[in-house]
Design a protein. Sequence first.
Length: 240
Amino acid sequence: MTSRLSAICFHATRPSDLARFWSGVLGWERADDPDGDVAVVPPDPTGFRILFLPGQEPKNGQNRAHFDLTSTSPEDQRRTVARALELGGKHIDVGQLPEERHVVLADPDGNEFCVIEAGNGFLADTGFVGALACDGTQEVGYFWSKALRWPLVWDQDQETAIQSPGGGTKITWGGPPVAPKKGTNRLCFELALPAGADWEAEAARLVSLGATRTGTGESAGGRALLLDPDGNEFFVRRSR
């Protein structure tokens, strides 16, 4: 059986504090992960968790992925921005133009995210966490579509996007030019296998699609680290 997207992982200098921030911004409940990590969980049990893992690597340039949060009205956008600032977020400049209506912020650990203006048609069917917007090639979009068995919902000018058949957050890749990778990504995917699934068979399937084994072995939590075709780290976790 195919693994599913179980979590978006943040490597955080202060995991508990960052979980508190994102729980407050999103209105998601905090929960202790069985492996001892901290997570926030969505109200819809079919969605992914956000998992906060300890990491001390300094931030080196913009992240390769960030969340786009949606708004239902200008007032709703302002409320989300105000809540994020109250919880320790800050405004940042990543080169956005004055006429652009989205607001670019960073969480207390410096991770970028956007609060998108109301009326954005591309994110109309997604919910509050509209997208995980990634810097990446068309090839990596095709890889993740096949890996997760999520259909492509955008494929134009080398930009791609996928979405679960059940709806929810889109994952997007902006196409070239893709900035060179600098160190370990702060955000990465965690895939989980259903109980009784063959981990080696799933790892072999992912490799056949273009992933690479890292040879680092498994962590104490049963996670193995692989790389996607763009060299982005992701975990595949054995069933518990």
